[in-house]
Design a protein around this ligand. Structure first.
Ligand code: HEM
Length: 416
């Protein structure tokens, strides 16, 4: 006879999930002493799982599909409707290749250089200000950098609102009420803007820079040889721009980490690329951003005594896997050294998804994220000095997405 896997009766609605936030899977994994449990969300049966083996299973395409997994409310804010995140099989791999060719090491370096130049350019303005909020500055800077890098024209007068719209889409992912609606309005405004741009490029009214994301996506052809619908092309170009702006969140955590662990600051000033990379990786492991991922069972199978019935929604614990005590020594402490001799794993360290990006849904933007974070870390640790006034840097694990409350306020900024 089959052993029943733990069954949690209390989570009978999606709000319970949103309220418990980042730790809801991990808390139950510990309570039941099982990396796998069943729960009910919005009246539907879901299976929640955590850890490296669970991640490996989750990314097995023969067992899971994305079709039908992303809730409409998340597609209407964060992702865009019917975009790459909802695709499967050959069509997904073909679309994925389009993204990956935009994110080669040369593209990553180009964006890293742009970000460095733009940070340098902000110093003289910052020197004249009483204080700045790093999170707000980072959003605007990244919006400028993302658009320049992608070949998307952007007037200086538009930067603030466009940056706010890009981040509002991200900020809406775990929200109900006003924060959700703000994200929806931001998305429709942004889609209108980018769709018109795609149409201008196609009609020849506007030249797009060679090799730019704008050009590549405007003229990308599907497996059937047809171009994307203008709306779809806009959504996919936004899938490049929006997450670059979202790096503002990791940048804010980076500043908090530097402040709370000043011993690393000194080391980073004389650091090689290796130490910078270790620090950035630890920021991505330690701080909460992506909470969990969802997929649906493709056809019935049994794994570890649990029956996975076709169509069942399965959630993979991203935050908890990055802090799994069987994978990470003292997972609750911030320690970049853990990455010095780290052997690497496609499924144990999954802040941006797992597996190989060419074959799975793993984020194609990790290289870009790491480059942008390193460029910013060098700037903060070595190119400026600043004071950190009293403020609330804490972040709430029951708010999706989490972010340091104060946004990291800096004062008396000087060039070094
Ligand atoms: C997918 C996180 C930055 C583009 C994903 C996924 C996560 C993620 C968790 C889903 C993985 C899955 O479904 O299995 C993040 C985080 C970022 C970030 C935390 C930091 C801000 C970026 C950047 C780009 C990008 C900079 C592009 C420039 C994408 C795209 C997908 C994706 C296009 C969909 C991939 C697919 O469905 O095959 N990201 N990402 N992301 N990300 Fe990122």
């Amino acid at each position: 006879t089959k052993q029943r896997i733990p069954h949690d009766e209390s989570l009978d609605n999606i709000l319970a999930l949103a309220q418990e936030g980042y730790t809801f899977i991990q808390d139950r994994v510990k309570r039941y002493n099982s990396n796998l449990f069943e729960a009910r969300l919005l009246g539907q049966q879901v299976i929640c799982m955590s850890g490296k083996e669970a991640a490996e299973l989750f990314y097995d395409e023969s067992r899971f599909q994305r079709k039908g997994a992303a809730p409409k409310r998340v597609q209407k804010t964060l992702l865009g409707e019917h975009a790459i995140q909802t695709m499967d099989g050959e069509a997904h791999r073909h679309r994925k290749l389009m993204f990956l060719t935009l994110m080669t090491p040369a593209h990553q370096e180009k964006l890293g250089r742009l970000v460095t130049e733009m940070w340098e350019d902000t110093i003289s303005r910052w020197e004249g200000l009483e204080q700045v909020v790093l999170f707000d500055e980072a959003k605007e800077l990244l919006c400028r950098a993302a658009c320049r890098w992608a070949g998307v024209p952007l007037e200086e007068s538009e930067v603030k609102e466009r940056a706010e719209d890009f981040y509002s889409m991200v900020d809406a992912f775990g929200a109900a009420g006003p924060r959700h609606w703000k994200g929806r309005r931001a998305r429709s405004r942004t889609e209108d803007w980018i769709r018109a741009l795609i149409e201008d490029v196609r009609s020849g009214n506007r030249q797009a820079e060679g090799g730019s994301a704008l050009l590549q996506i405007a003229f990308h052809t599907e497996l059937d040889g047809r171009q994307l619908e203008p709306q779809m092309a806009a959504i996919e170009l936004i899938n490049v721009l929006r997450p670059i702006v979202a790096i503002a969140n990791f940048i804010t955590y980076t500043a908090v980490a530097l402040h709370e662990h000043p011993q690393h600051g000194a080391a980073l000033r004389s650091a090689s690329g290796k130490e910078l990379e270790m620090f950035v990786q630890e920021v991505r492991r330690y701080y909460p951003f992506a909470p969990f991922l969802g997929a649906r069972v493709r056809h019935d199978f049994t794994w570890r005594n649990c029956e996975f019935k076709q169509g069942t929604l399965v959630l993979l614990d991203v935050y908890g896997t990055n802090r799994d005590a069987s994978l990470w020594e003292e997972p609750e402490s911030f320690n970049p050294e853990r990455f010095r001799n780290w052997s690497g794993s496609l499924f144990a360290f999954i802040p941006q998804g797992g597996g190989e990006p060419e074959r799975t849904h793993r984020c194609p933007g990790e290289g870009i994220t790491v480059e942008v974070m390193k460029a910013t870390l060098v700037f903060l640790a070595d190119h400026i000095r600043y004071e950190v006034p009293d403020q609330d840097m804490s972040y709430r694990l029951d708010r999706l997405p989490a972010k340091p409350e104060s946004g990291f306020v800096m004062s008396r900024i000087r060039r070094k």
